[in-house]
Design a protein around this ligand. Structure first.
Ligand code: GLY
Ligand code: MN
Ligand code: MN
Length: 445
């Protein structure tokens, strides 16, 4: 059975949010809009994550309203009406007549009537929760409606007094994944692991980064994940040192490593995995030394993941392993503590080790609580992705040529459980022996 999120869970999410909202508040949450790609061609539509999290509704041009205590219904959707001509081109719309029942809402209205209906719902509410700053056009409309109420204040109208960012409530909820969300994210991870292994098996010197990306996308799509969660990074040789390299256009060369950072989106949830491997299937001595260092950092950081450990702890562990290893390999020089204190490691280890993962690849949720790094809790999902990069910039001119032009990152998705952690992406091989064996067995081997 597909592990999709069920309507009862969307209902629970709305109820939990309304419970957290203060008395007299209302939440107004717009859907994403369609965006033009060029002329009359649009980008493939992707629903806004907050909106989807609360509705499961995948059409554009909609607004969800949560009005706790409202006599005529607390959960209201404004959405597109049915329209035969549009449906001929774009497919079936749910329409307001069916939306309430299908999505388990109290009421639904045509979005074209929002100007006539929503201002009345805002009147008398003390506080409006909104996804402030993301949809400027909609924010402006909302301000305008509130101003209209304010203009009638002398006649007895009661305008809302405050706008409050919804994220403080909703994003804390999204940070802790439910059992159903974890099932979906396990599936996203499973598909992504298969895709990385497919890329290893099919990789050959002489093919382009685009062609290798095609192997990844193929595996996503045939497994029911239509799109990547973010643009796939396929960087051979020095291209791997560009952290978000997405041109993916160069030819892969025999003596190089290739770094692939790619994850599918499945049922609106992301996976985010990086594997780095030799284009021709065998690590050189230097590649292997640096790879095993990053792998050690990845594995030790993962071992540290459990409830009660602070978010920055896995990063500190990974960093210390990498700095010591770089000193041992004479790729960094100086005093260990001073390198850590002055952050001079940043020329080779420029990024942090973790971020939250969920519906968005860099998912929502605060990283700090009351000024301190927050403790990990069961249900949180984070990446562990240490990396070392030796670009061919002037900054590495002093290093031997055999080390320059390689970038290595190893990224896994880690769920915090009650007793420790589960690596959702453990199925994608990452040991040197494992990668070499897989590649030797494939058509490129
Ligand atoms: N793919 C972006 C990241 O790893 O954070
Ligand atoms: Mn990534
Ligand atoms: Mn990541």
């Amino acid at each position: 059975m597909s592990p999709a999120i069920q309507p009862s869970e969307f209902r629970r999410r709305r109820a939990a949010l309304m419970n957290m909202m203060s008395a007299g508040a209302i939440a107004v949450i717009p859907a994403a809009g369609v965006r033009v790609r060029n002329r009359d061609t649009n980008y493939v539509f992707r629903q806004d994550s907050d909106f989807y999290y609360l509705t499961g509704y995948t059409e554009p041009d909609a607004v969800l309203v949560l009005a706790p205590g409202r006599d005529h219904g607390e959960v209201i959707l404004f959405c597109r009406e049915r329209h035969a001509r549009s449906e001929l081109y774009e497919g079936e719309r749910l329409g307001p007549d069916r939306a309430a029942q299908v999505l388990g809402l109290d009421d639904a209205f045509p979005v074209n009537d929002i100007e006539d209906i929503l201002p009345g719902m805002l009147e008398g509410r003390e506080r409006i929760y909104i996804t402030l700053g993301e949809y400027h056009e909609f924010d402006n409309k909302l301000m305008h409606w509130v101003s209209d109420i304010r203009a009638r204040e002398s006649g007895g109208a009661i305008p809302p007094g405050e706008f409050v960012a919804l994220k403080h409530l909703l994003h804390e909820q999204r940070l802790l994944k439910s059992a159903a969300e974890i099932r979906v994210m396990r599936e996203a991870a499973r598909i992504t692991c298969q895709a990385h292994e497919r890329a290893m098996v099919h990789c050959r010197p002489g093919m382009t980064e685009t062609q290798l990306e095609a192997e990844i996308i193929h595996e996503f799509m045939i497994n029911g994940a239509r799109t990547p969660a973010y643009p796939s990074i396929v960087g051979g040789g020095a291209n791997a040192c560009v952290l978000h390299y997405i041109e993916n256009k160069d030819v892969l060369r025999k003596g190089d490593l290739v770094l692939i950072d790619a994850g599918c989106e499945y049922e609106h949830y992301a996976s985010d995995v990086t594997r780095t491997f030799p284009v021709a299937g065998k690590f050189t001595r230097n590649q292997r030394a640096l790879y095993e260092l990053v792998l050690e950092a990845n594995e030790q950081a993962i071992t540290a993941c459990r409830p009660g450990v602070v978010f920055t702890e896995p990063h500190e562990i990974a960093l210390r392993i990498m700095v010591q290893g770089l000193l041992d390999l004479q790729l960094l020089a100086g005093d260990f503590d001073e390198i850590i204190a002055t952050e001079s490691y940043r020329s080779l280890c420029p990024h942090n080790t973790s971020h939250w993962l969920g519906m968005d690849v860099h998912d929502v949720g605060d990283y700090r609580v009351e000024g301190a790094s927050r403790e990990l809790e069961p249900g949180m999902l984070l990446t562990i992705e240490p990396g070392i990069y030796i670009p061919r910039h002037s900054s590495t001119e002093h290093l031997p040529a055999s080390w320059r032009g390689m970038g290595i990152r190893i990224e896994d998705d880690v769920l915090i459980t009650r007793t420790g952690a589960e690596v959702l992406t453990a199925a994608a091989v990452k040991s040197v022996a494992g990668i070499e064996a897989l590649m030797a067995a494939g058509p490129g081997g």
